[in-house]
Design a protein around this ligand. Structure first.
Ligand code: NHW
Ligand code: EN5
Length: 388
């Protein structure tokens, strides 16, 4: 069934019933001297390319590969359109490895035809904080599909991660592989319902008119919570404390320090937005919410070429109820002209999705760990990790 995945240290479907296998690494590290020293062979027409994302021309090539060949929905109506600035942000966190930004290009034309990446992260599973690679942006050009290039890319990134003495990884996918630690659903909150209906992202509900639908999704013009404001550099320490205390509640979550928070959560125009509530009396930071910007290309529509989507990222409430905090997030996203606000049913998100008029999407997101077993998996609400 899975000629490649059957050979890898991941939970195998056949072990699912076996409760005797312990949580933790599936296989032990090997001495670094035993890690294969040279790149895996590619078909003769292609060569490896370690990508320098500070090179604007290369970044433009990566952007274009993904814009034309990356993830689509099941009916091929939309395709993710990560911006160049987003890609630079996603791939260059603190202590990133350039060797983990792996391209494949045609030897003759030098055209970029495939890509895979990793970035380092500390991820906690139960009480074990593990150095991992977060693997993302695996992409093979449409004309080169089904030629078993993906397993070569995966083996090569694995080799380069091993060279840094890192033996575990985390990744997500829309497809089922051996074996998810959990399966999440996407939920969608219409901000611009007319456009969403025009492009086929959503439909007019039964017994609904366009004007009733527009009224249904109306939001106030400005956030409602006193003290709600954009996060600034001076907030990094307070946000780190809030977030660390909150993420400690989940079975699997990142172990963020101040440098991570500065990178992943300080606002960057059209990439990541973060807001917090500063108590007007005590000036304490009590609540936090964030979202990232990931537009999708609209395929085959005469009126529109892109959908502007916000994706819920990390949110923490200690004083403002989570539902009220997220309502303010919807309000600022609407102010900033997003068409839709998306969220997964991870962490405590279930508690506000229905109340704030999110509806279930047709897409799922499966979460995976490489070389780390979590017996019986976890529930989406036990997951404190959002990958981009
Ligand atoms: S998920 C998004 C992945 N990208 C896309 O969906 C873009 C559009 N599709 C494509 O570009 C986020 C191609 O269809 C791809 C497959 C490249 C997906 N993950 O080359 P073949 C991520 O980036 C397996 C893992 O012939 P193809 C996370 C498939 O099951 N494996 O197929 C990435 C089969 O193996 P099997 C996937 O269609 C995580 C084999 O690939 C997969 O031309 C990567 C077929 O290969 C997927 N999304 O190319 C793993 N899709 O055993 C990281 C298919 O079933 C692991 N496959 O025969 C950790 C590594 C680091 C470890 C460190 C210790
Ligand atoms: C992550 N790093 O399927 C990697 N998106 O629901 C990759 N559906 O947008 C994995 N099909 O339901 C990605 N509208 C896996 C996801 C791939 C993309 C994907 C889904 C998620 C999606 C939309 C559009 C469907 C178009 C036809 C959808 C319904 C919205 C509606 C709004 C009003 C209230 C009810 C729901």
């Amino acid at each position: 069934r899975h000629k490649f995945w059957e050979t890898q240290p991941v939970g195998q479907f056949r072990d699912a019933a076996d409760n005797s296998l312990p949580d933790g690494p599936i296989e032990p590290p090997t001495p670094l001297s035993e890690v294969r020293a040279d790149p895996y062979p590619l078909p003769a027409a292609f060569e490896w390319l370690t990508c320098d994302l500070e090179d604007d021309a290369l970044l433009a090539d990566l952007y274009s590969l993904l814009a034309h060949n990356y993830v689509e929905d099941d009916e091929n109506m939309f395709r993710f359109n990560y911006s160049p600035a987003f890609l630079r942000w996603a791939l260059k966190p603190p202590s990133f490895f350039r060797a983990w930004h792996i391209g494949v290009r045609a030897k003759e034309s030098k055209k970029l035809v495939a890509f895979i990446s990793g970035v380092p992260a500390r991820i906690r599973a139960r009480d074990d904080v593990v150095r991992m690679a977060e693997i993302n942006f695996l992409c093979v050009h449409k004309k080169l599909r089904s030629k078993r290039l993906a397993p070569v890319l995966i083996r090569e990134v694995t080799r380069r991660v091993h060279q840094e003495n890192i033996w575990q990884a985390a990744y997500t996918a829309g497809v089922v592989l051996p074996t998810p630690i959990t399966t999440c659903r996407y939920w969608h909150r219409s901000l611009n319902p007319k456009k969403l209906i025009d492009v086929g992202f959503s439909r007019l509900g039964p017994r609904m008119t366009m004007s009733r639908t527009v009224r249904l999704y109306k939001l106030p013009d400005a956030p409602l919570t006193p003290g709600f404001r954009r996060m600034e550099f001076r907030d990094v320490a307070a946000v780190t404390r809030l977030l660390r205390a909150y993420l400690a509640k989940f079975v699997v979550a990142p172990d963020f320090d101040e440098l991570d928070v500065e990178h992943w959560l300080l606002p960057r125009e059209d990439v990541v937005d973060s807001y917090l509530v500063e108590s007007p009396e005590t000036h304490e930071v009590t609540d936090f919410c964030s979202f990232y910007t990931l537009p999708s290309s609209v395929l085959n529509n005469a009126n529109y070429s892109t959908l502007k989507a916000a994706y819920s990222y990390y949110n923490v409430s200690t004083k403002t109820p989570l539902q009220q905090l997220m309502n303010d997030a919807l309000i600022v996203a609407k102010q900033k002209n997003y068409d839709v606000f998306n969220a997964l049913d991870v962490m405590e998100n279930e508690s506000f999705l229905k109340e704030l008029k999110f509806g279930p999407g047709d897409g799922q997101l499966h979460y995976y760990l490489y070389n780390y077993r979590i017996r019986n998996g976890i529930k989406p609400s036990e997951l404190g990790l959002v990958l981009l």
